[in-house]
Design a protein around this ligand. Structure first.
Ligand SMILES: NC(=O)c1ccc[n+]([C@@H]2O[C@H](COP(=O)([O-])OP(=O)(O)OC[C@H]3O[C@@H](n4cnc5c(N)ncnc54)[C@H](OP(=O)(O)O)[C@@H]3O)[C@@H](O)[C@H]2O)c1
Length: 343
């Protein structure tokens, strides 16, 4: 059997990390790369990834041209958290009969925010007999798929609470900036108003996915405001200093309400100086479940793993726009990637 052929669509921070991990793996090869950034287009992918060797693949800004020249089994899409941007890009891949696994946050459970776009993409994917999946660490796993899996041992559930606390020191500078670290409270509020800080995308999507798995008809999903986390003492990362009283990061909460009760509560906190980082799931029910992953799973490492491990599952899956709850139990693909393909 030939190797699994992958196209990269988006060679930014995450796309590059995925590419490097794919290069280490057996039974899979990168056959094309697409990105719009001027200083990447036309360059050898090896150079764009900062490797010392050429890979013989030129980064193109034209997905149609790439997919009409090379045959691919799947595209790894990593450009935008928003479906309004990602949908046309993904559709342009699907039209060539190529499966897609994407980091797009809204695609993880698109029916909650963009049902019409989701339906159109599902119809197109079925017509072209390919599968499309949005996944990642969060959304995609820690606050949804993992939680859904834990519910399997419960006979009754009253409430689910998930908390992710991350020390942003362990993350890239763009992430630290994205959460407002180092700003004053006034600057933070101004950037929110100007939509320069948009916060984490995906809490509502994770809630909707959990509710759907449990067949809970939520009355509403309430996304709380973006709140600054104020440093109590001065803290710093390699590049950012936060004075006491300044913004160290942010907190976002979202709630799923059913019959006037908060039945799903997600609490996301990312800030420089968090003393204890963890991912915690509490289920009030029969039995009660308290599950804590400590330290919290690193976002980039986890996202790269989720995307690459999903590749054979997406290729094996039936056609259409699927979500993590539609796929078999997630697992690592450690061996030659072809071993995980259904023959
Ligand atoms: N689900 C999860 O757990 C998870 C975790 C991490 C990241 N993500 C998501 O994954 C995506 C990638 O993250 P990142 O940190 O790598 O972002 P990034 O550094 O901004 O990289 C995205 C790359 O795609 C390019 N791009 C944008 N539009 C394009 C288009 N139409 N065609 C081709 N390339 C295009 C960007 O170019 P420009 O810079 O010119 O836009 C950039 O080079 C983001 O949406 C992020 O939110 C999800």
């Amino acid at each position: 059997m030939g190797k699994i052929r992958v196209i990269l669509y988006g060679v930014g921070a995450i796309g590059s990390l995925i590419a490097k991990f794919l290069l280490e793996k057996k039974g899979i090869e990168i056959v094309g790369a697409v990105d719009i950034v001027r200083n990447k287009v036309g360059k050898d992918l090896g150079k764009v990834l900062g490797l010392k060797r050429k890979l013989g693949i030129r980064v193109s800004n034209d997905v149609d041209s790439v997919l009409s020249k090379v045959k691919a089994d799947i595209a790894v899409h990593a450009t935008s958290p928003f479906l309004k941007d990602a949908c046309p890009q993904i559709a342009s891949i699907v039209k060539h009969g190529v499966n897609v696994v994407s980091t797009c946050e809204e695609l993880s459970y698109p029916y909650v925010s963009k049902p019409k776009l989701a339906k159109e993409l599902d119809t197109l994917a079925k017509k072209r007999d390919v599968t499309v999946l949005g996944t990642g660490i969060n959304p995609g796993f820690l606050m949804d798929t993992f939680v859904i899996t834990l519910t399997a041992v419960c006979q009754k559930i009253e409430k689910i609470e998930v908390v992710r606390i991350m020390n942003a020191v362990t993350r890239r500078l763009p992430f630290q900036k994205k959460i407002g670290a180092g700003l004053t409270v006034e600057e933070f509020q101004w950037k929110i108003e100007k939509k320069q800080i948009t916060g984490h995308v995906g809490l509502e999507h994770s809630i909707a996915m959990i509710a759907d798995a449990l067949a809970w008809k939520l009355d509403k999903i309430i996304a709380g405001p973006l709140e600054p986390i104020i440093a109590k003492k001065s803290v710093k990362s390699k590049d950012i200093k936060v004075k006491a009283g300044g913004v160290a990061g942010l907190r976002q909460k979202a709630k799923g309400v059913m019959k006037n009760r908060e039945v799903i509560v997600l609490d996301f906190q990312a800030y420089i100086g968090a003393e204890e980082g963890y991912d915690a799931v509490t289920i009030e029910g029969v039995p009660n479940i308290k599950q804590r992953i400590q330290p919290c799973v690193h976002g980039d490492i986890g996202t790269v793993a989720m995307i690459v491990n999903a590749i054979p599952k997406v290729i094996n899956a039936p056609a259409g726009l699927l979500t993590m709850k539609d796929l078999p139990v997630p697992s690592a693909a450690l061996e030659d990637m072809r071993k995980y393909l259904k023959t």
